[in-house]
Design a protein around this ligand. Structure first.
Ligand code: RUQ
Ligand code: CUA
Length: 655
């Protein structure tokens, strides 16, 4: 490592420490004039609704939370990669398969980047995708139900961070490995990093009708760390850009060793070209093991399928498919402006931000303006592709989003601020502080062809002194700014669920009309559905007992069961017979080592119960559903193994 860069790097680190330690105390008191005006602009009167749905990732919570903007009101936490006892997600038999992976059932992940599906480059309100980092996966959430509908595992990856950024018509969502890993995964010395490790960039197709995902192909790149991505749009449609760091290819003490080179790369992948190569049979079919899990709204069940191969393209065998764009210095975010012309690489260890021109990039490719070639991938000449530099005076640029008026907004982690600058002239227009140490920011539609603008949400890593203290653990925070004028104005700040790395927002009108109110009982194809109370029953097959139960305000049928023995494996298949909005029923039984069930109207859910001692165990509805909710209860009698209490069930006097 050059002395100069060590110095710069440790300067940045100590600056960060000072900034975090000495942040000025900012309270609503010194927001000064305009603060009451700010309050009125985020105030949604009782009975009124928000203008935008905002989807914030939960980071290490593994979930997505849904907020209304501008109010900042939390409306729902959608369980995605982590089990959620509140909703029975990952505990009931129907959703367990969603969390299956090649490593078995994984009950947690680290979810970073929500990404809305797009049509013609504009968010369309159909689906929300999000990446799982630790066990590389992409999930698809259905925005009619606000539930996780599908999860696909990504093979040959470690730390799926540069994901799931969509292409213009959601042809693909992408996945890039943050941690390069042996390809294929095997037992090799860590020191053989350069020979044995690779970085896979994956392109996952999305079926335009069903949304179903499939790993179409992977592009095998050198073992760098692929950090973030964005797909081209308009003129750059057909390309996806991935940032990389650790082009030094180090495998230890990365904070210093991966910060040596002045420039790392943005990898530009021409996926239309890649498609041609796949069609022409250039892809190698490589053995792999990864899971594809799909939830079906008609059977109300998820199923899991193991996939066994993946198509891999090697750049040295596929010319003109990948280029490296030199970008200073350990870039984090890569963001493409609404026209598709400018590619902003935020070098988190560099003071100025390099903006590349797509037009110049094409010209450099045509003129073969290459600095060198790495593993068959041409490195374009930096000066030939550079559109301009943003000299912001900020430190530690991370992410950029755009408004509809040709402005860009970049977060600076170290100097803890958002800087607004003009696309094309690169001049700085405005800057506002964030409390504290902002990571991502989000403008509704701000990574699309048509930003909806109006608000900017900064998501901050450090909350110290912003809220009443809650012990050592403080929530991360989001801050909402009005960006409709020349100057940004802080309107609101609110704590978040988990650590929101990124968010997306969409006008409510694109989602709200399609929101499902209940599931049709007539169309319920669950294999263990009970469509009417008269059909409720208990069936024994050896030591497996299936309870076909119904729930309706305000009783279960059956609500009394006898003839269950210690050692039985009991499945409660509970169907909620309600056909009305907002009438879920819950189900819980004492001694179950599970969560509750929370069954939507028209849905069937299953709880597994293994009674381990004789007794009479109460069961009840956990969701306040009517004036007689408290009466929605019953009993299950459990007898010693081998006793001869007959199997019986009833509700009311039908015993
Ligand atoms: S990250 S703060 Cu997207 Cu996970 Cu940049
Ligand atoms: Cu059903 Cu409470």
């Amino acid at each position: 490592m050059k002395m100069k860069s060590i110095f710069k790097f440790s300067m940045a680190l100590s600056l960060l420490a000072i900034m975090v330690a000495c942040q000025p105390k900012q309270t609503s008191r010194n927001l000064g004039e305009g603060s009451s005006d700010a309050a009125s602009r985020v105030y949604i009167a009782p009975g009124q609704m928000d203008e935008f749905y905002a989807f914030l990732s939960g980071g290490f919570s593994g979930q997505v939370s849904v907020y209304g903007l501008p109010s900042g009101r939390l409306m729902k936490v959608i369980p995605v990669f982590s089990v959620d006892a509140e909703k029975g997600y990952g505990f009931n038999e129907e959703t367990k398969p969603l969390l299956q992976t090649s490593f078995g059932m994984v009950p947690w992940d680290d979810a970073h980047h929500p990404e809305l599906s797009q049509t013609a480059g504009i968010p369309d309100g159909r689906w929300l995708f999000i990446n799982g980092n630790n066990t590389p996966r992409i999930a698809r959430i259905d925005l009619t139900t606000f539930e996780t509908a599908e999860i696909i595992e990504i093979p040959n990856s470690g730390g799926n961070h540069s994901s799931p950024f969509t292409t213009e018509n959601t042809e693909y969502v992408v996945a890039g490995t943050r941690f390069s890993v042996p390809f294929p995964q095997k037992d090799v010395p860590i020191g053989s990093f350069k020979e044995n490790f690779k970085g896979a960039l994956s392109f996952i197709t999305v079926n335009p009708e069903t949304g179903h995902m499939e790993v179409a192909f992977q592009v095998l790149l050198p073992a760098f760390s692929y950090d973030l991505a964005h797909s081209g749009k308009g003129k750059s449609h057909g390309w996806t850009f991935f940032t990389s760091y650790n082009t030094e290819q180090s495998n230890t003490l990365m904070e210093a060793n991966a910060s040596q080179f002045d420039k790392d790369f943005v990898a530009a992948v021409n996926w239309k070209k890649a498609e041609e190569y796949v069609k022409a049979g250039k892809a190698r079919e490589i053995p792999a093991s990864y899971f594809h899990n799909v939830y079906d709204d008609k059977t109300h069940m998820a199923t899991s399928e193991e996939k066994k191969t993946v198509k891999v393209l090697i750049p040295s065998e596929c010319p003109d498919m990948v280029y490296f764009l030199p970008t200073p210095k350990s870039p984090h975010g890569v963001d493409v402006d609404p026209t598709g012309e400018y590619i902003v690489g935020a070098g988190k260890l560099s003071a100025d931000m390099a903006v590349h021109s797509f037009t110049k990039m094409l010209k450099a490719i045509e003129n073969k303006a290459f600095e060198t070639t790495i593993d068959g991938i041409p490195v374009l000449k930096y000066d030939e592709i550079l559109a301009g530099m943003v000299s912001s005076g900020g430190l530690g640029p991370l992410h950029t989003e755009f408004d509809a008026n040709g402005n860009a907004y970049t977060t600076f982690f170290i100097s803890s601020e958002v800087v607004k600058w003009k696309v094309g002239t690169w001049e700085v227009m405005d800057r506002v502080p964030c409390y504290y140490s902002v990571g991502h920011l989000m403008i509704p539609g701000g990574d699309s062809k048509q930003p909806f603008g109006k608000y900017m949400l900064a998501m901050n890593k450090i909350t110290k002194d912003r809220y009443l203290p809650t012990g050592p653990e403080l929530n991360q925070s989001a801050q909402l700014y009005d960006i409709s004028g020349d100057k940004m104005q802080l309107l609101l700040d609110f704590p978040t669920v988990g650590e929101p790395h990124y968010a997306q927002a969409i006008p409510a009108g694109l989602v709200q009309p399609k929101s499902k109110q209940y599931f049709s009982i007539a169309e319920n194809n669950h294999p263990h559905v009970t469509k009417s109370e008269a059909d409720s029953k208990v069936v024994r097959d050896g030591n497996i007992v299936r309870v076909y139960m119904t729930a309706i305000r305000s009783h279960f049928a059956p609500d009394n069961i006898e003839g269950i023995y210690v050692g039985d494996q009991v499945y409660f298949h509970v169907t909620n017979l309600e056909q009305d909005w907002d009438v879920p029923h819950g189900f819980a039984i004492q001694s179950s080592r599970n969560a509750e069930l929370l069954i939507m109207p028209g849905q069937t859910e299953t709880m597994f119960w293994a009674p381990d001692r004789p007794g009479v165990f109460p069961m009840y509805c956990t969701d306040f559903c009517s004036a007689l909710h408290q009466e929605m209860q019953g009993y299950v009698r459990v007898s010693a193994k081998g006793s001869n209490v007959p199997l019986k069930w009833w509700v009311g006097n039908q015993q």
